[in-house]
Design a protein around this ligand. Structure first.
Ligand code: SF4
Length: 268
């Protein structure tokens, strides 16, 4: 098992890495489920204004671009923004700095122009890098609604193929899953041949009603996700994926499984 894949006890990003690093505030991808936005908006009221989060900016507090980070293990970059073409240059510098002492897990809804540059410039550190691309559904309409600023699914699949064919370690995150069981099975089948490592499936966290009340169709879309991700449906999903070696459950699904085990113990 590689350092990237080893079992970690933490939740969220801690399931994947020992340390996280970011260089921006805001994110051009503007996902409606973004967990980083409410966290940042907690202290920065200006980020609560509709559209403000999509105005990604370099964070002046991170001007050392990872050069200050010592030996941590696996560092996940980024976690609260993405590597968009506008921020490729400082992102590349950051990854190179982090690689001096660490392995780097690059998590992204990837842009092909970005991935081409990263594959070229990080070639010397191939063994210390893993790409984990976020693809939450193959349904472009769903992704366009929930991830309005992110690259198309076609482009993300092209990135996956591009990295895989050049010998990079690849992995997929479908967290949050946006599709029903059949859609999620179809997604896993489609990406599986291009994934060298793992395919992570997770539920949507708290639905961000408060920040999206102005978005037409949000109430219905949020209710749809809630109905799809009941405990009963998650147990069905887990059963449907039984025996698939690359599949990993995120903490949100492990929690449902643990509750189910407790119920079974109590009933025994
Ligand atoms: S790509 Fe990630 S950080 Fe950016 S808006 Fe989407 S969920 Fe938030």
């Amino acid at each position: 098992m590689s350092k990237f894949t080893e079992e970690r006890n933490g939740r969220g990003t801690q399931e994947w890495s020992e340390h996280t690093y970011n260089i921006c505030v805001g994110c051009e991808h503007a996902c409606l489920y973004c967990y980083a936005k409410p966290q940042a908006a907690w202290t920065k009221a200006e980020l609560r204004v509709p559209g403000a989060w999509a105005k990604q900016k370099l964070n002046p507090n991170c001007s050392r671009l990872g050069a200050e980070v010592g030996r941590k293990g696996v560092v996940m970059f980024p976690t609260s923004h993405d590597i968009t073409p506008n921020f490729l240059e400082p992102s590349l510098t950051t990854i190179l700095n982090l690689l001096r002492n660490n392995k780097v897990l690059i998590v992204s809804k990837p842009h092909l122009s970005v991935i081409k540059v990263l594959c070229k410039e990080l070639k010397h550190a191939k063994d210390d890098v893993m790409f984990r691309f976020t693809i939450c559904s193959l349904n472009q309409d769903l992704c366009s609604f929930w991830e309005p600023g992110a690259p198309s699914i076609t482009e993300r699949l092209q990135c996956l193929r591009y990295a895989f064919e050049r010998g990079w370690a690849t992995s997929i995150s479908a967290e949050p899953m946006l599709d029903d069981l059949e859609g999620t099975l179809a997604l896993a089948d489609r990406v599986d041949p291009l994934v060298t490592d793992t395919i992570w499936l997770g539920k949507m966290g708290p639905i961000q009603w408060q920040y999206n009340s102005h978005v037409p169709g949000f109430v219905e879309a949020g209710q749809r996700i809630k109905a799809l991700q009941t405990d009963e449906n998650i147990l069905r999903l887990v059963a449907a994926f039984a025996g698939r070696k690359k599949i990993r459950w995120k903490d949100s699904i492990k929690k449902v499984l643990a509750a189910q085990e407790e119920l079974a113990k109590a009933a025994a």
